[in-house]
Write a protein that binds this ligand. Structure first.
Ligand SMILES: [Zn+2]
Length: 260
């Protein structure tokens, strides 16, 4: 039986201290759409989280893996998965989508594994590709120390945006217009670390006016403040339902679309 379309958070933590203590998991996000399973940003412990949070899931069957960028909290388990997808190099398989700087000498992807992959795609601004009947779009490059992109997923009659790590800039709003918007909200206050803060997210959510926004990728200042408190505050400020993602939680897409 086909799985219901859903978004599964294999982790909601970000930044060094949260990762080091695994105060929140850091396994990325699994999108299960129209029978396809797409894993985005497999950070530290991703495989373990996937096996725990999605019982009976066979990681060999992942249809694609996307890296938004090569930072370790988004990519630590990538080679583990590539080894699984290629059966340790005995079988061609797997579809990997990542920015150019994730490959090569300074990259994070083992070169010997890429030769066994069935398909490798390098993200460039405005790249559009299909996985099954689902369209993925990478609208623009983010402002972050390494090459970084978010993504937009076009389902049957809805859209989902994932705004990965970035400093705020106004073009994000137009680029990520969607019904469901996922934001990597690392820090409470604005700072110069090229990550979104609470006021940045308020601007983006007010600008996009999605049916629902989901905040994730929390650093220490967010965990101390309580992500649910912040979600409530953002809802009051923007008038949009804002959820604070929880580790291991499966969000049914039709349920998310019913918010307004
Ligand atoms: Zn980053």
């Amino acid at each position: 039986m086909a799985t219901k379309n859903s978004i599964v958070f294999l982790g909601t933590g970000g930044a060094r201290y949260v990762i080091a203590r695994q105060m929140r998991a850091t396994g990325g996000i699994l999108f299960r759409i129209n029978g396809k399973d797409i894993l985005v940003d497999p950070g530290p412990e991703s495989l373990l989280r996937l096996l725990n949070y999605v019982p009976k899931f066979s990681p060999e069957k992942l249809d694609a893996i996307v890296l938004s960028h090569k930072h370790i909290d988004h990519s630590a388990d990538i080679n583990v998965y590539l080894d699984i997808l290629t059966r340790g190099g005995f079988k061609h398989g797997g579809h990997l989508i990542a920015p150019a700087d994730a490959f090569g000498e300074d990259g994070v992807i083992f070169k010997y594994l890429t030769q066994y992959l069935e398909k490798t795609q390098t993200i460039k601004p405005e790249l559009e590709l299909n996985i099954g009947d689902v369209t993925f779009e990478f609208p623009l490059r983010h402002i972050h120390p390494v090459e970084t992109y978010g993504l937009k997923i076009k389902g049957d009659d809805y859209s989902i945006s994932y705004i990965s790590d970035t400093k705020f800039f106004p073009e994000l709003i137009h680029a990520y217009m969607a019904d469901i918007v996922i934001l990597n909200l690392l820090c409470l206050e604005p700072s110069d670390i090229d990550h979104l803060s609470v006021p940045d997210c308020a601007r983006i959510i007010s600008g996009i006016k999605p049916k629902v926004a989901i905040i994730t990728h929390f650093g220490m200042t967010m965990l101390r403040a309580g992500p649910w408190n912040i979600a409530r505050r953002l809802k009051q400020e923007t008038g949009v339902t804002v959820l604070a993602a929880e580790d291991g939680k499966h969000y049914a897409i039709d349920k998310l679309l019913s918010y307004k």
